[in-house]
Design a protein around this ligand. Sequence first.
Ligand code: RIB
Length: 307
Amino acid sequence: MAGARVMVVGSSNTDMIVQVPRLPAPGETILGGRFSVAPGGKGANQAVGAARLGAAVTFIGRVGDDEFGRARLAELAAEGIDTSGVVVDPEVASGVALIFVEESGENAIAVAPGANCRVSVAQVEQAREACRAADVVLLQLEVPLPAVERAIALAQELGKPVILDPAPARTVPDALLAGVDYVTPNETEAETLLGGGVAGLGGVAATAEALLHQGPGCVIITLGKEGALVATTSEQFHIPGRKVEAVDTTAAGDAFAAALAVSLGEGKPLREALRFAVAASALSVTRLGAQPSLPRRAEVDRFLASG
Ligand code: RIB
């Protein structure tokens, strides 16, 4: 089996995590538990996730010329990721995310994007050769839209499939989804992409169908422990979730997108790639933190083999 080559354009953050008995209400102070710092950022998480699953990964992003940025960059390189497309920007701080994780595993996140806000079209253009070498291009929405749009256009020009994880939730121009082969929203993100008002549409299947009309090749709505609902122009089907003990759901979507990219990049059929993605995502939920929680290939393979 040939290893997949994945190009990721996206964000890198330092995650500051406080474990809390429950998420605080507006205006409320609650006493939490342990504090920890971990590497995160949706783009970097997906790059690390794909590398741990066996892909050769190129990451295009931006960090500040500060302690956090240098540490995050060194960690990516230590994972074997090609970071030559990461700009160290002396004019802005590295991205930081403040994360509350409650006992149920649910979280709330606020991001100060810093250098991620300056990931540029020029950086994507400079990645033309990396894109040419890639089997799959993996994108999220935590960097400026022009960079995402340019990456989609470049991938289309070079005939590379694009997976867009439309997180964090935001609206995008109508034409954007039409250039994407696979889009992987959770239910909230799907609703945002549709401009709200999905409730009356009759559930997640109708939501997937409505999104499909915006032009992506395949809509994959991630449903947490319920798995994923998939819609293409020829079929709609459900991939069941995997039962695990939830500790922290942070980066579950990143683990899913990374695993999907790796498996599709290896030439696996869609259903097999989705089972792999659901398994990787479930495993990530069993551990605290974003990048610390991302599973390696052997672990996912063992988990899949266990039933
Ligand atoms: O998807 C999880 C990530 O979202 C965290 O690592 C945090 O940095 C935010 O970007």
